[in-house]
Design a protein around this ligand. Structure first.
Ligand code: SF4
Length: 374
């Protein structure tokens, strides 16, 4: 149930007054250029606001417009994205920039259907860019906005359900009135991020006057919660491979490093094998050490003529949104010039050069722990 229609102007007015007083100073906040808004929205998908700022600035410094991004190599784009995660976003952004450059002279479209047809742009991102850059009256509904509106309406629906999302979207779009939809959308998200947080600060809220959950004393139970799904753990081995010509000293140092011993790092010139993931799928196009699930390790070594030099070292862990990965480093030698199955490229890379390659977070962690590649 929505509030009385005559309340929407007051809601919008109070919300915006609060927003212009309390909003955070974010790098993309004053942007209305569609390309810059688009980049910020893509980076913000599944990533915290505090994390995005430096990546956003660096990215736009190197790629100030669609044409510059379109002209770059995928590898350079991924390198600038390194550490932000969800690399499919970067590849889609790049592909979309290439399409816009080739078909529209590098201009971002204003037509919602054309925007949604671009790679990596769903209804949420399309609505965000179009409302902020072109003042289109399209509501933007993220988890923060669902929380705020579910409380305002005392709506106990499942926050992940299409039904509640549609009610929230309708509510947000009715709140635009004659204001700029981009500002109103950002104000709803900001209220959820700063005030109507999981534990809300209702006395500081500009909308407490109309909030049913607050008035009914139900802010703690709304929105409805689902028990979190357990995050599966994928355990595997990560191979630090030297070429067969590697001398005994190098082999001994690598073996000690993998075991977690406090020894000097490998010389910067020591060659280690890096492999490149296929360009589609999670972490696509990134470079990493060869790795395999624990259960497949024996077959992996025998198929690829891979001789291990020691036992697996201490685990390196990284949590992704839907699973956790735990890899243990194993020192070894690739005895023959074999092509490893499952990757699109492989290269011997000097230890001091590893940091030049875009890599998944768990491999960066492993390299740092081993004193390799930064
Ligand atoms: Fe959220 Fe409290 Fe404001 Fe209601 S009054 S919208 S629960 S912060």
């Amino acid at each position: 149930m929505s509030p009385d229609p005559e309340r929407f102007p007051e809601i919008a007015h109070r919300l915006l007054a609060w927003f212009f007083r309390h909003r955070r100073d974010l790098a993309w906040r004053e942007e209305s250029d569609p390309y810059r808004v688009w980049v910020s929205e893509v980076m913000l998908q599944q990533t915290r606001v505090e994390t995005v700022g430096p990546f956003y600035r660096r990215f736009l410094e190197r790629f100030p417009d669609i044409s510059t991004l379109a002209a770059a190599s995928e590898e350079e784009v991924l390198k600038l994205w390194e550490g932000l995660g969800y690399y499919g976003r970067a590849r889609s952004l790049h592909r979309a920039a290439r399409a816009l450059s080739a078909e529209r002279g590098g201009r971002f479209p204003e037509d919602p259907a054309a925007v949604r047809a671009l790679p990596g742009i769903g209804p949420y991102t399309a609505a965000a860019v179009l409302s902020i850059a072109f003042a289109r009256p399209l509501g933007v509904v993220d988890g923060n906005v669902v929380r705020v509106v579910a409380r305002l309406l005392a709506d106990g629906g499942d926050p992940a359900s299409a039904g509640l999302r549609a009610r929230v979207l309708d509510f947000v779009e009715r709140s635009f009135n004659s204001y700029h939809p981009g500002w109103i959308n950002q104000a709803w998200m900001e209220l959820g991020a700063l005030v109507c947080r999981p534990v809300p600060d209702c006395p500081a809220c500009p909308l407490a006057f109309t909030c049913r959950a607050f008035q009914q004393g139900r802010t703690g139970e709304l929105p409805a919660r689902r028990p979190p799904a357990p995050r599966p753990v994928r355990k595997g081995l990560l191979y630090l491979l030297l070429p067969p010509t590697a001398d005994a000293g190098l082999r001994a140092t690598l073996t000690a490093l993998a075991a977690g011993a406090a020894v000097d790092s490998l010389p910067d010139t020591a060659p280690l094998l890096l492999v490149r993931r296929p360009s589609r799928g999670l972490l696509g196009g990134l470079w990493e050490f060869p790795n395999v699930g624990e259960e497949g390790a024996g077959e992996f070594c025998s198929t690829h003529h891979l001789q291990t030099l020691g036992s697996p070292g201490p685990e390196v862990r990284h949590a992704y949104s839907h699973f956790e990965v735990r890899l243990r480093p194993v020192p070894g030698v690739l005895e023959r010039d074999v092509r490893l199955a499952g990757w699109t490229e492989q290269r011997w890379v000097a230890a001091g050069e590893l940091g030049r390659y875009p890599r998944p977070r768990v491999h960066i962690k492993a390299m740092r722990r081993l004193g390799l590649g930064g």
